[in-house]
Design a protein around this ligand. Structure first.
Ligand SMILES: NC(=O)C1=CN([C@@H]2O[C@H](COP(=O)(O)OP(=O)(O)OC[C@H]3O[C@@H](n4cnc5c(N)ncnc54)[C@H](O)[C@@H]3O)[C@@H](O)[C@H]2O)C=CC1
Ligand SMILES: O=C(O)C(=O)Cc1ccc(O)cc1
Length: 365
């Protein structure tokens, strides 16, 4: 049975997340109506194929009747007003949102909406550090968790429809309370964002000759610092109560580390302990598609800086019959070549290396 009953999904807010939802639902055969406060942003999402602009009320009648579900993909502080409007006006029968915090919108919807049970909060655990419809990807949610946060008053239909949307876009739905969600994302998303931003901020005023030496390590650590400061100010403000204890713990560790650095003799065991803690924490992170973490083996290939080389390398790796699990591309400093790191499952590396050598590639490492 189709939980959406063959009806439309309305996406309000056609930025990065909303347009990605629209693209994925459209690809899955769902009729998607789109709306955004900015007409030019809406037009761009339509042009990209994320759905059709929501017909004006009293228009030609195409798509008449409430959408099965509204997916509200606007900044956190705007969620409750938009959810209230789409439900009260009859634009949608039920509503969910995708905001990165859940206690704030859930509380505000309860205060403002006549029947708050028609709303269920949710959050796809996938995103990018760039915003707007042009950053959207149809497969953004593929294999990623999509948290759904019902409470005692939530109508089952709201949950069923939100679950259906999560599954249709390829995500892995999971249920928890809004408070549990906010505590979890404080640890795995919001505090990491602060750490990335503060570290990247250290680079802002640094002399050019220092920043020029930066490699993939600092780039990895600071990637998410490129996120939209307006959105992240809203996220951190809304989730301050859950983010603060994580940062308190970090401050304690940083203080211990600073003290250890003052004394080379007594300091080393503390440094070692803190660095080992980093190894332990990192090994708990899920691997690709949220699966159990797998250690991959890396095959490093030198690639000339010429058009078509990467395409040829990927074709040759494919011809070797080895599945490439992940890939990174780095430029070798001062040389007209790049280093392409191909991650494969342990045991597959010899086969891949031999096959690539046979096809004329130079391997490193
Ligand atoms: N950026 C990310 O990686 C992720 C963001 N989220 C959440 O998704 C939501 C949207 O974030 P993004 O797509 O990144 O932002 P975005 O800035 O790319 O898109 C937001 C869109 O909402 C529109 N909008 C704002 N107020 C509106 C209103 N009252 N009515 C209609 N449209 C309105 C804006 O014009 C804009 O096009 C946020 O709540 C965010 O917390 C969730 C997962 C990942
Ligand atoms: O880029 C990443 O790794 C992210 O973690 C992006 C992200 C940003 C905000 C969210 O609410 C969820 C995911």
């Amino acid at each position: 049975m189709d939980p959406l009953e063959g009806r439309s999904v309305l996406v309000v807010g056609t930025g990065l997340v909303g347009t990605s939802v629209g693209l994925a639902l459209t690809r899955a055969g769902v009729d998607v109506r789109l709306a955004d406060a900015k007409p030019e942003i809406l037009a761009e999402a339509v042009r990209l194929g994320a759905g059709r602009a929501e017909p004006e009320p009293g228009g030609d009648g195409a798509g008449r009747g409430p959408a099965a579900l509204a997916v509200v993909a606007v900044p956190p502080e705007a969620v409750a007003a938009v959810v209230g409007e789409v439900l009260e006006s009859g634009r949608a029968a039920y509503a969910t949102d995708v905001a990165s915090v859940k206690v704030l919108p859930t509380t505000q919807v309860r205060e403002r909406v006549t029947d708050p049970g028609r709303y269920v909060g949710s959050h796809p655990m996938a995103g990018r550090e760039i915003s707007g419809p042009n950053a959207a990807l149809a497969d953004l949610f593929e294999g990623r968790p999509w948290v759904i946060c019902p409470d005692d008053g939530t109508h089952q239909q709201a949950v069923t429809r939100a679950l259906a949307v999560a599954r249709l876009v390829g995500a892995v739905p999971m249920t928890m309370t809004a408070a549990e969600h906010d505590a979890a994302v404080a640890l795995v998303s919001h505090a990491p964002h602060v750490v990335a931003a503060l570290m990247a901020g250290r680079l802002a005023g640094a002399p050019g000759h220092e920043v020029r030496l930066a490699g993939p390590g600092v780039t990895d650590v600071t990637r998410i610092a490129s996120g939209d400061p307006e959105l992240w100010t809203e996220i951190l403000t809304a989730n301050a109560a859950a983010v603060r204890p994580v940062l308190e713990g970090l401050r304690t560790d940083l203080d211990r580390l600073m003290t250890a650095l003052e004394s080379p003799v007594t300091g080393q065991p503390v440094l070692r302990e803190l660095l080992r803690g980093g190894n332990d924490g990192r090994s708990r992170l899920p691997g690709k598609h949220g699966a159990a973490h797998t250690e991959f083996v890396t095959v490093i290939v030198a690639v000339d800086d010429r058009p078509g080389q990467l395409a040829r390398l990927f074709a040759d790796a494919g011809a070797a019959g080895v599945n490439v699990e992940d890939v990174r591309i780095e430029h070798a400093p001062g040389q007209p070549l790049g280093l392409v790191e191909l991650d494969v499952r342990p045991g597959a590396e010899q086969e891949l290396a031999a096959s690539l050598r046979e096809r004329g590639w130079t391997l490193r490492g």
